[in-house]
Write a protein that binds this ligand. Sequence first.
Ligand code: CAA
Ligand code: NAI
Length: 731
Amino acid sequence: MAQYARGSAVAVIRLRNPPVNALSLPVLQALEDGLKKADADPSVKAVMICGENGKFSAGADIRGFSSPKRFGGALGPIVSLIDSSEKPVVAAIEGVALGGGLEVALGCHYRIAHVKESFKWSSSMGLPEVTIGLLPGAEGTQRLPRLIGVPAALDMITTGKHIPATEALKLGLVDEIVEENTIEAAIRLANKVIGQPLGPRRLSLKQVPRLPNMEAFLEEALVKVKRQARGCLAPELCFQAVRAAAESPFAAGVRRERELFQVLLSSGQAQALQYAFFAERAVRRWATPGGACWSSAAPQPVRRAAVIGLGTMGRGIVTSLVKANIPLVALEQDLENLNKGRKAVMLLLEREAMKMEGGAQTLDFHNPARLQFTVDFDVLHDVDLVIEAVFENMALKKEIFHKLSKICKPGALLCTNTSALNIDEIASATNRPQQVIGTHFFSPAHVMRLLEIIYGRHTSPTAIATAMQLAKALKKVGVVVGNCFGFVGNRMMFPYVQQAVFLLEEGSRPETVDQVLEDFGFKIGPFRMSDLAGLDVGWRSRKDQGLTGPSLPAGTPARQRHGQRYSPLPDLLCEQGRFGQKTARGWYLYERVGGRTATPDPWLHNFLSQYRDNHGIQTRFIDQEEILERCLFSLINEGFAILAEGIASGPEHLDVIYINGYGWPKHRGGPMFYASTVGLPRVLAKLQKYSEAHPDVPGLRPSAFLKKLVAVGNPPLKEWMSYLSQQSSKL
Ligand code: CAA
Ligand code: NAI
């Protein structure tokens, strides 16, 4: 828990709680005992606190985080105890010092940190409580501004970012950084400072460094924090706590910190964000829904990769691979497209290099041994993994996979970035279906964290493990799902977008629908999103599916396909050349081709009215509740169908996909978590109501699994899947 040992004059307290020395209540108790022991022992002249196994501490134990209130209450007095010690206390920071871990270090009189870039646990520090919906509740919001000033503290506390030891030294967060043995260096420092006055080292006695324009700075910072938070409470309350540090004496600031902490605890957002933290970790332990757990399969090494197609997606994927230090070949269909693609990739890489320490040298992308451009498929004979990102066209993809299976070495993994197509059909064009897998990146691929990994009927565990390993190497969240049209993310998106368009038919406007969903917390509403991605993308796909105009059998009603409601509105806009930002017109008007500023378009409003008149639709006022519920509940309903079909092995998978790939507000925990907070009986009742009003819309018809869960008494989310396996025959 925490090991106490006495050297000559320096007592050592070593935090011990693998894997990250989290501060559970027993660890805190042992820390307190150690401090008291050192205080009572006259031969001890100084204390050094460190963590076992090269990690200081990742903060409160959030594995059993049922009682953060108790934790906050327990750690604060210990931090004060350290601060008020008559004997100097030195923190030796190796690995992580996060949250409560950093708060312990802030109680200490001196901090020394380890620096060595190649060291696996090279030290990094931060107060990430905001990311789990809380604020640093053990005086961190009061101590950090006193140590490094309000601007830097505000940045760290409201974003939760981790900073490396070198930056910590620049900010004054640590007194020294050392490359050699940190523990020995900390003991040397402790010996050196024995007998020196501790008053100036106690942060509780220090004044917050004044800024000449503190009030103006804070006002400006608040606007920024609110803008970035988009409905998430924690960043703003973190701000309020730091403001209290800037404006009040230490004790009053601590009281304010505690009050604000309580508000966050009872907000519900903290629970959602902590759920999201664990969901992200749970999806790493992937399994196929059939029950066979494959996450123990060993991945194959990827020493050299290839990307085919350097369009929107291929460029981002290449950038991502280069950033992960994976040598690769980038291939295009002809020299013209190759040159275009190469130019775009180089631009992206230059930009990425500028953000990195060491710049272009670190990325080394001008070295052809690391990044080779070609139009020659034969160059791919020795790569370990290929990612295909050509047009979304089954015939083309099959042609490419057939070629790859002839050229690539036997063990090479063949990945497709298709956003919806059948993985089994693509695999059927190869002589190695077990090595074919979907790796669905999200745009922009070098930025978005999600990698949806789709296994087909024959995909081997090794292939899945390799794709998961690739996600990790690219610093992405890999989520393993089954094969169906649109997989998980896009399949759930279809009914959501469909509802948004139906709402326009019935009387709403794009800006109204977008606003409701953005107020809910989405980064971008469905119509702004559609303009950004390009309306032509979906149009092409609907044409391929035979859903649009000319290919329809004669007599097909304009607003129906296969006996179901269908809105031709997006097709009609495309026929007018309105593809979104790329044509300066779509659901909105833009200032120029490629412009980003969406303005409501009177032409579109008029067009919608005429459309309703032509189809005899009476325009009605649709309130925010209906907009929100029809869009969200239809998406959630599809999620239940996906779970029932075994396409994903748990609701966490769907939630991680939505948070990391579709801009779902993390403080609402993902769509399935959100459904559990709304209450499944309510979701069901609303779907039933809307479905009765729109019987020709299958997306609103409640899924059998949702009905089952309500019938068995609305069990908590973590139990849902057990009802599926017990009751599946009845679904
Ligand atoms: N408590 C308990 N377990 C933790 C933990 C914590 N604070 N942090 C990480 N773990 C666990 C993970 O769940 C994981 O366990 P499994 O292997 O069983 O899944 C294991 O430690 C390793 O963690 P990661 O897989 O995440 O490893 P990583 O190398 O990718 O990242 C890390 C390590 C940077 C520490 C990351 O885990 C992290 O960011 N942890 C959370 C840190 C945090 O938010 N601390 C603040 C807590 S709140 C607080 O301290 C104060 C308060 O006022 C309440
Ligand atoms: P794109 O049209 O921007 O680029 C496709 C590229 O493939 C073009 O540069 C083209 O020259 C190249 N190409 C075509 N045939 C080729 C061949 N035979 N050999 C080599 N290169 C060839 O398309 P985009 O948007 O990059 O999409 C690629 C794939 O990624 C599609 O399957 C798409 O569904 C999927 N996807 C797209 C997303 C997006 O937001 N654009 C998101 C996620 C997946």
